[in-house]
Every structure is written in structure tokens, then in C-alpha cells.
Design a protein around this ligand. Structure first.
Ligand code: CUA
Length: 334
């Protein structure tokens, strides 16, 4: 996903009259009702308490030095019962409403379609189970296609740190935790694209860790599934440069451009075979070994101008032929 596309997703999605983005799932309506009910009643209660307080403080202020109140009332049973009972009823009502909604949001209906989500700094990867073993989405910021009016359950985990999967328009969110599986379900009620954000701070690329949920009619979804599966199969026999490009898009694009402009890290354009100035004052030639080392041990030779070394090691994440494919791809960026 490029920057413009990403910025478009950040634009307000709500109508002029709503504080919340457009609601697009079966649970969103209830969540909104509860939210607005809470906001308005709490606002009303606040005024009900604070406005008289200010009024009384002013009305009965001390006017002369040494002035005493003419009478004091220290007890009123009816009033005390009222201000105890009414909030209890209000809170019990809110608790019931919230609890029923919570149970609904976190209990998946039995017939939900199952998808797997793998979080990794800084991307979401989604696996669609199919009869022949399933396939994965290939984009850096994947389009997660789902059919409309069908419960979908995501089983999520993380390869590195805590992330959180949030779909504002659906009003659902759940933490994604390394070493365990968490579930999130939703049923979309509107066609269209809806942003997914990571809402657990997970490092430099956190704010760009986004995806798109694309809600489609069922027939379209089935078509999409076929096409994506075929594409997935194709990447198995790509040329090294093409394979490297795919790997670049999945893993490196957030920090390294291929057009010469610096991002979080230096651009990869024209690097291969040329001299690179380092933070230490040395220079090295960017050959196969240097690039390999930069992928596996990113902090070994920091490029001048990028002293912080924000890159995490890809040791163990790439197979040997994948490293070669990446080198071939970088070599092709003249
Ligand atoms: Cu992943 Cu923030």
C-alpha cells in the first residue's frame, strides 16, 4: 500500500452528525447505542451535579466576615435512599447492557468461516483455508476479502511482539499475542473497503501496519478466492528477481524505497556494486556479502545518516534462496 492510499484511509469516515466512523457490522449498532447512551447520560448527570454546585456556591457564598449559616440540615433519609438507589439501577442497567454486548462480540457463532491472521512487524498476513491446504495473501498490506452477511472468525497470533487487530467500522478489536491464539469474529453488513489498524504500539512501523477489509458479495468473494489462489501458486516458480521483488514488497518496503528517496532506512536504488559510507567513517562496497550481512545482521555496518539501527534481523526468517532472490532484486535496481 502506498502513502496516498494509506492517507485516504485516515480521512474521517464518519458522517457530519456522528462521532464514530460509519458502522458496518452486526454488532456495530449496539456498540454505538451504548456509547451514545453513556456519553449523553454522563454528560447530563455531570451538568445535573455541577451546575447546581456552582449555583449554590455563588448564591450562598459568605457575604460578611464571620457570617454563619442560619440553619444546617445534616440528614435526609429519603434523599439518601434516592441518591443510592437511582445510581445503582443506572449502573446495573449499564452493566447488563454492556455484558450482553460483550458476550455477543466475543462469542463466535458456530458457523463462522475461519481465517488465520499472522501479525509480524509490520504487516498482517492472512491465510485462507481451502480444500488443498490453504493459501496466504501476498501483499504487504493485504486486502482481506470477506463475504457480506457471513460470520467470519479470525484466529490470530504474532511472530514477534504484541499487536492489536482493530476494524473501526465493525467496532471490534482484539490483541494479537505471540505464543498464543486469540479469536475475533465479525459479520459485515455493508459492501466496501474498511481499514484495519494495529492499535498496540509495536515499533517504528506501527502506524503503517494497516490492511483493508474488502466486503464482497458471496459470488465475487468466491471468484476472488480462485484468482488469489492461482496467483499464490504462480509465485512458487518466479524468476529470482521477481521472487525478490515479492519478498521486498512483503518485508522491506515500509523502510526502504527503490526510487532513491530515504525512508526509515536508506533507499536500495543503485546500491549494488557501489561504495557505501558508514556511520563508523569507513566505506564498504555493497556486494553480495555486504547485502547478505545487512539483511541478517542489520546493525553490523550502519549506513551513514542512519545511526539508530532500527532494523530487526531477518536471521532465520529467509531461506537461502530467498536471500539470493533479494540480492538479485537489489542488483536489478540500477
Ligand atoms: Cu503492530 Cu502496532
Amino acid at each position: 500500500m502506498d502513502l496516498a492510499e494509506y492517507q485516504k484511509m485516515l480521512l474521517p469516515m464518519s458522517s457530519q452528525w456522528s462521532w464514530l466512523p460509519q458502522s458496518a457490522s452486526t454488532v456495530a449498532g449496539d456498540v454505538d447505542w451504548l456509547f451514545y447512551f453513556l456519553a449523553w447520560t454522563c454528560g447530563g448527570l455531570f451538568l445535573l451535579v455541577v451546575a447546581p454546585m456552582i449555583f449554590f456556591a455563588f448564591r450562598y457564598r459568605r457575604r460578611q466576615a464571620g457570617q454563619r449559616a442560619l440553619s444546617q440540615k445534616d440528614h435526609d433519609l429519603k434523599l439518601e435512599i434516592a441518591w443510592t438507589a437511582l445510581p445503582v439501577i443506572y449502573l446495573a442497567f449499564l452493566f447488563h447492557w454492556g455484558f450482553v454486548g460483550y458476550a455477543q462480540i466475543y462469542t463466535s457463532p458456530g458457523d463462522a468461516k475461519q481465517l488465520r491472521v499472522m501479525a509480524e512487524k509490520w504487516k498482517w498476513e492472512v491465510t485462507y483455508p481451502t480444500e488443498d491446504g490453504g493459501f496466504k495473501t501476498k501483499d504487504l498490506a493485504p486486502v482481506i476479502a470477506v463475504p457480506i452477511n457471513q460470520p467470519i472468525e479470525l484466529t490470530m497470533t504474532s511472530k514477534d511482539v504484541l499487536h492489536s487487530f482493530f476494524i473501526p467500522n465493525f467496532r471490534v478489536k482484539h490483541d494479537v499475542v505471540p505464543g498464543r491464539y486469540t479469536q475475533l469474529w465479525f459479520e459485515a453488513t455493508q459492501l466496501g473497503d474498511f481499514p484495519v489498524f494495529c492499535t498496540e504500539y509495536c515499533g517504528t512501523g506501527h502506524s503503517t501496519m494497516a490492511a483493508i477489509i474488502r466486503v464482497m458479495p458471496l459470488e465475487k468473494y468466491n471468484e476472488w478466492l480462485e484468482v488469489s489462489k492461482a496467483e499464490d501458486a504462480k509465485t512458487a516458480n518466479l524468476s529470482p528477481v521477481e521472487r525478490g521483488k515479492t519478498l521486498y514488497q512483503q518485508n522491506c518496503k515500509i523502510c526502504h524505497t527503490i526510487d532513491g528517496s530515504a525512508l526509515i532506512g536508506p533507499s536500495l536504488k543503485g546500491v549494488y556494486g557501489h561504495k557505501v559510507e558508514l556511520e563508523s567513517g569507513d566505506t564498504v562496497v555493497a556486494d553480495d556479502n555486504y547485502i547478505r550481512e545487512s539483511i541478517l545482521l542489520p546493525n553490523a555496518k550502519l549506513v551513514k545518516g542512519f545511526p539508530n539501527g532500527g532494523m530487526t534481523s531477518f536471521q532465520g526468517k529467509f531461506k537461502e534462496e530467498e536471500i539470493i532472490a533479494l540480492i538479485e532484486f537489489i542488483k536489478s535496481l540500477k
